[in-house]
Design a protein around this ligand. Structure first.
Ligand SMILES: [Zn+2]
Length: 307
C-alpha cells in the first residue's frame, strides 16, 4: 500500500478492515498450487476504496489530512445550497463537495504512490473532465480540484517536505480562454489550493497557440508544446520573495487537468525552471494532474539549482 492511509482515525480503521478482507478473499481464488492471478486488479480495487475512505474522512473533518478550515463563505454556500452528487444526482453526503461517498468509492483512484495524480484517466472521471472542458459545467472542477488538493495534503501530512508552497496552473492560450470563457486548470488549481491552504500563482503563459494534444501522437505532442510556455515577467520577483520566507528549494505544484504523455507538463515545468534559474532561486516542480493515463509513468519532480 503506497498511499499514506496510516493517518490515524476513521480512515485507518476502515483500511485495516479492508486489508484483512483482501487477504481472505484473495486466498479464496487459489486453485491447487497455481494461484489465479487476481491479486493485482483486486488489490487496486481495495486501494481505491481505502483512498476513498481517507478522502471521505478528510471531507467530513475526521482526518488529520484536513489541515485547512474552509472559508466561511464556502461553508455558508454549502449550507444554502446543499451539495448534490454530480455522478448519481443523489445527496452529496460528503458535505463539502458535489459527490456522494458511494460514488467516490467507485472512482478510479490512482493506486500508485504519486501524490500529484488523483485518478486514472478512465470513466467516470474522464466524463467529468469532458463536461468541464467542453460543456462549460464547472461543478466537476470543485469536485476534482478538491480531491486532488486533499490527496496532496494527505501525502504531505506524512512527509512535510512534499507540501507545495504554491500551485501554478498550466496556462491556456488567451484566445482559447476567450472561446471557453474560463481556464479549467486555473479553476481546478483554485479548489486544490483552497484545501491545501496555499496560493495559486499564474506564473505561466502560452507564447503561441498549439494544436489540441488529443489529436496527436506522442512525438508530435512533444513538438507541439516545445517552447510553448514562458514565465510571466513578475514570476521571478514572486519566486525571490517567496524564497525569502519559505524553505528552499521552493516546492511548486504544477497543475494540469489531464496528463497522457506528460509533454505539456514537461514543457511548462521547463519554462518555470528557466525563470527560477535566471532569478537564482532553487526550485522544485512537482508535476500534478487530476487524471493520468494508466500507462503514463510516474510524474517527474524536477529540481533546478542555479549555480
Ligand atoms: Zn453519487
Amino acid at each position: 500500500m503506497l498511499f499514506p492511509v496510516e493517518v490515524a482515525g476513521f480512515g485507518a480503521c476502515i483500511v485495516q478492515r479492508r486489508r484483512a478482507a483482501s487477504g481472505t478473499a484473495a486466498g479464496m481464488f487459489r486453485r491447487g498450487s497455481e494461484p489465479v492471478n487476481l491479486r493485482t486488479p483486486f488489490r487496486s480495487t481495495i486501494e481505491s476504496k481505502a483512498i476513498a475512505a481517507v478522502l471521505a474522512s478528510a471531507l467530513t473533518g475526521r482526518s488529520p489530512a484536513r489541515t485547512v478550515r474552509l472559508p466561511w463563505h464556502v461553508r455558508f454556500g454549502f449550507w444554502l445550497l446543499p451539495p448534490r452528487c454530480i455522478a448519481c444526482g443523489g445527496e452529496g453526503d460528503l458535505g463539502a463537495i458535489d459527490l456522494c461517498a458511494a460514488c467516490l468509492e467507485t472512482w478510479p483512484h490512482r493506486a500508485t504512490g504519486e501524490p500529484g495524480i488523483a485518478f486514472d484517466y478512465r470513466e467516470p472521471v474522464a466524463a467529468a473532465l469532458r463536461a468541464l472542458k467542453f460543456d462549460g459545467d464547472r461543478r466537476p472542477a470543485r469536485v476534482l480540484g478538491t480531491l486532488l488538493g486533499l490527496r496532496i495534503a494527505t501525502f504531505a501530512a506524512r512527509d512535510r517536505s512534499s507540501m507545495p508552497v504554491a500551485i501554478v496552473p498550466v496556462a491556456l492560450h488567451a484566445e482559447r480562454r476567450r472561446e471557453r470563457g474560463f481556464d479549467q486548470a486555473l479553476l481546478l488549481a483554485s479548489h486544490a489550493g483552497r484545501w491545501l491552504g496555499v496560493p495559486v500563482c499564474q506564473w505561466l503563459r502560452r507564447s503561441r497557440m498549439t494544436q489540441p494534444q488529443t489529436e496527436l501522437g506522442a512525438a508530435a505532442r512533444r513538438d507541439n508544446v516545445r517552447d510553448a510556455f514562458v514565465a510571466v515577467p513578475t514570476a521571478a520577483f514572486a519566486m525571490k520573495k517567496m524564497a525569502a520566507s519559505a524553505r528552499v528549494p521552493l516546492r511548486i505544484a504544477l497543475l494540469d487537468d489531464v496528463s497522457t504523455t506528460g509533454a505539456t507538463l514537461a514543457a511548462a515545468s521547463a519554462a518555470l525552471s528557466a525563470a527560477a534559474s535566471a532569478a537564482g532561486v532553487p526550485l522544485q516542480v512537482q508535476c500534478c494532474a487530476v487524471a493520468a493515463t494508466a500507462k503514463s509513468s510516474a510524474m517527474p519532480t524536477n529540481t533546478t539549482n542555479p549555480t
